[in-house]
Ligand binder design. Structure first.
Ligand code: C2E
Ligand code: CA
Ligand code: CA
Length: 539
C-alpha cells in the first residue's frame, strides 16, 4: 500500500491510535499484574512454610524440655507426697510456664507442687484427659488455684504403673508464637487446638474447635503430642493486591501514553520521509540511456528508491508526490544530490567522461528559495568536469511558475542542460516547446508503448518527432521494451533510447558491471571540491 495512503489512513483515524495504545497499555497492565501476583504469592507461601517449620521446632523443643524435666518424677508416684514434695516444687519453679505438677496414682492426684498433699480425682480438673494415652494434652478454662485463666493440661502416663502418672498444668502463652509470626505481616492470628478445644490469639477463653475459621494458612502438628497449631491470614493480603494493581495501573497508563506519543509522532505526515533520510533508507538506481546511432550507453537517469522498514519498497510515483504534498521535496532532493554525489565517486572510475547524468526535479523544488544554493552545493560535491548534467523537468513546472524562464536560464548558466520530461502527457505541450529553450525532449512511454498499435497516439508521436527535428532538439524515447519499438523510433530519427529493452534501472554495483562490459578500459575522475558532505547533512 502506498505510504501516503497508509499515513493518511492512520492520521485520519486518531481514535485507532488511542485504541491501539490503550490495548498495548492494557496488555502490559495484565501481564504485570499476573506476574507480580504469582511472584508475590509464591514468595509469601515460601515464607509461610518457613514460619510453620520454625514454629513446629520451637514448640517441639518446649515440650521436649518439659518431658526431660517431668519424666524423672514418674518413680515418685509410688512414694509419699511428703518425701517428694520439695523436689516437685523445685522442678515446677524452674520449668517455664508450669502452673502446677501433680502426681497421680489410681486416677487421683495425691501430691501438688503448689499445695502439697491432696486427694482429687483428675477428671474433676480435666474431664476429657484420657489416662489410657501415654501422652495426652487438653485445654481447660481454669485450674482450682487459678480459675478463669485457661491452661494446658499435659498427661504423662507412668510406663510401669498404668493408672499412675504426672499431670501438669501449664499457662497458655501464645506470645512467642506470635512474635515469630509477626515477621510476616499477613499472619492475622494463631490457634492452639487440642481435642475439641482451642485457644486463640483473638479470644481469651477456651472455645470449641468447630468455631475456628475454616482453612487455616498452615496447620502445624507437634510430633508425639496430640496438639495442633493453626496460623491464620492471607497468602495474598489485600494490601499487596492493591499495591500491585496501582503499580500495574501506573505502568499501563505510562505505556499507553508512550505508545500514543510514539504512534502520533511516527505517523505524523512527513516524519516518515525525514526519518527515512536519517536512517539511510533511500538509495539511487541509474537507468542507462542509449545512443540510437551506435547502440552504446551515453549516460543514465538517476531514479530514487525508498526501502521502508515496514512497507518495503515504495514506488517513487507515490513518495515523490507525497513529499511534494508535505513540502518535503527540497530536503528529499538535497538527499538525492548527496547520494548521487557519493555514487559518482565510484562511477567516474568506469563511466567515460562526458557521460550524461539525468536528475529528475520536482517543480516545487525549482521555486524553493533554497534551490539555487542546493544545486551549487551539489555541483561542488560532484567529480569536477566528469559528467554532463541534465535536469529533467516536467511540463507542470512551466504551467505553475510564471518565472520558469528565469530559473531555466540560471540552470543553463551553470552548464546544466534541461530535458522536458514525460512530454505529451500534460496540456498545451507544444506551446512550451516554442516558449522555452530545451536540450532534450523525453517522449513519454505511453506514446512508445502505442507503437505498432493503431491508436490515436501514433499520429501525435509522428508530429512531435517532426517538430523536434525542426527545433533541433535531442529526443529520448522512454520505456522502450521491444526491438520493434526501437527500430520504429530510430527510423523516425529519435536520437536516444531508454527502456527495459536495454537495461532496467541498476544499483551502483550493477551499473559498474554494465559499463565494464561496454568500456573495459575504465575511466579517470577529477575529484569534486566538497565531498565531505555526508548523507542527510543538508536536511
Ligand atoms: P520518469 O522520470 O518518467 O522515470 C522513468 C520511469 O519509467 C522509471 O520509473 C523507470 O523505472 C520506468 N521505466 C524505464 N524503462 C521502462 C520500461 O521499459 N518499461 C516500463 N514499464 N517502465 C520503464 P520509476 O523509477 O518508478 O519512477 C517513476 C517516476 O518517479 C519517474 O518517472 C519520476 O517522475 C519520478 N522520480 C523517480 N526518481 C525521482 C527523483 O529522484 N526525483 C523526482 N522529482 N522524481 C523522481
Ligand atoms: Ca525522468
Ligand atoms: Ca519520464
Amino acid at each position: 500500500m502506498p505510504l501516503s495512503t497508509t499515513v493518511r489512513r492512520q492520521v485520519t483515524q486518531p481514535r485507532k491510535i488511542v485504541l491501539l495504545s490503550a490495548s498495548i497499555g492494557l496488555f502490559f497492565f495484565l501481564l504485570f499484574v499476573v506476574i507480580m501476583l504469582t511472584v508475590t504469592s509464591n514468595r509469601r507461601s515460601a515464607a509461610h512454610d518457613r514460619l510453620a517449620s520454625y514454629t513446629q521446632r520451637y514448640v517441639a523443643n518446649v515440650f521436649g524440655d518439659l518431658n526431660t524435666t517431668l519424666q524423672p518424677l514418674q518413680s515418685a508416684t509410688e512414694q509419699s507426697c511428703e518425701l517428694i514434695r520439695n523436689d516437685l516444687t523445685q522442678r515446677s519453679a524452674f520449668a517455664s510456664n508450669v502452673r502446677a505438677i501433680l502426681l497421680v496414682k489410681d486416677h487421683s492426684a495425691f501430691c501438688s507442687s503448689a499445695t502439697g498433699p491432696m486427694q482429687l480425682d483428675i477428671s474433676k480438673i480435666s474431664p476429657f484427659t484420657d489416662v489410657r494415652n501415654t501422652k495426652d494434652i487438653r485445654l481447660i478454662s481454669g485450674t482450682p488455684m487459678v480459675r478463669g485463666q485457661p491452661a494446658i493440661v499435659l498427661w504423662l502416663k507412668n510406663p510401669t504403673h498404668p493408672d499412675s502418672g504426672i499431670f501438669t498444668t501449664l499457662n497458655i502463652n501464645l506470645t512467642p508464637y506470635l512474635l515469630l509470626a509477626s515477621r510476616e505481616q499477613q499472619i492475622s492470628g494463631m490457634a492452639m487446638v487440642a481435642g475439641d478445644s482451642a485457644i486463640t490469639t483473638w479470644n481469651t477463653q477456651v472455645i470449641n474447635s468447630s468455631l475456628l475459621p475454616k482453612q487455616p494458612l498452615r496447620s502445624i502438628t507437634i510430633p508425639g503430642y496430640p496438639l495442633t497449631l493453626n496460623m491464620y491470614g492471607e497468602t495474598l493480603p489485600r494490601r499487596d493486591i492493591t499495591v500491585i494493581l496501582l503499580a500495574g495501573l501506573l505502568m499501563g497508563v505510562m505505556i499507553t501514553c508512550g505508545c500514543f506519543l510514539m504512534f502520533t509522532l511516527r505517523l505524523r505526515p512527513g516524519k516518515e520521509i525525514l526519518l527515512g533520510i536519517k536512517r539511510g533508507e533511500f538509495h539511487v538506481e541509474y537507468q542507462p540511456v542509449i545512443e540510437a546511432h551506435n547502440g552504446k550507453p551515453c549516460g543514465f537517469e538517476a531514479l530514487l528508491r525508498w526501502t521502508h522498514p515496514i512497507e518495503g519498497s515504495i514506488p517513487p510515483d507515490s513518495f515523490i508526490s507525497y513529499a511534494e504534498g508535505q513540502n518535503l521535496i527540497a530536503p528529499l532532493t538535497r538527499h538525492l544530490f548527496t547520494l548521487v554525489a557519493q555514487d559518482a565517486q565510484q562511477l567516474c572510475k568506469v563511466v567515460p567522461a562526458g557521460a550524461r547524468l539525468g536528475i529528475n526535479l520536482s517543480p516545487n523544488h525549482l521555486v524553493d528559495p533554497s534551490f539555487r544554493q542546493d544545486v551549487l552545493d551539489w555541483l561542488e560535491m560532484m567529480p569536477a568536469g566528469h559528467f554532463e548534467y541534465i535536469f529533467e523537468i516536467t511540463e507542470r513546472a512551466m504551467v505553475s511558475d510564471h518565472n520558469a524562464d528565469a530559473i531555466f536560464d540560471w540552470i543553463r548558466n551553470q552548464n546544466i542542460r534541461i530535458a522536458i520530461d514525460d512530454f505529451g502527457t500534460g496540456h498545451s505541450a507544444l506551446i512550451y516547446l516554442e516558449k522555452f529553450q530545451f536540450d532534450y525532449l523525453k517522449i513519454d512511454r505511453g506514446f512508445v508503448q502505442s507503437i505498432g498499435m493503431e491508436t490515436v497516439n501514433s499520429p501525435v508521436l509522428d508530429t512531435v518527432l517532426t517538430l523536434a527535428k525542426k527545433l533541433h532538439l535531442n529526443t529520448v524515447a522512454e520505456g522502450v521494451e521491444t526491438a520493434e519499438q526501437a527500430l520504429w523510433l530510430i527510423n523516425r530519427g529519435v536520437s536516444h533510447l531508454q527502456g527495459y529493452l536495454f537495461s532496467r534501472p541498476l544499483a551502483v554495483p550493477q551499473l559498474i558491471n554494465f559499463y565494464l562490459e561496454q568500456f573495459p578500459a575504465g575511466s579517470a575522475c577529477t575529484p569534486g571540491n566538497n565531498m565531505s558532505v555526508k548523507s542527510g547533512k543538508n536536511l
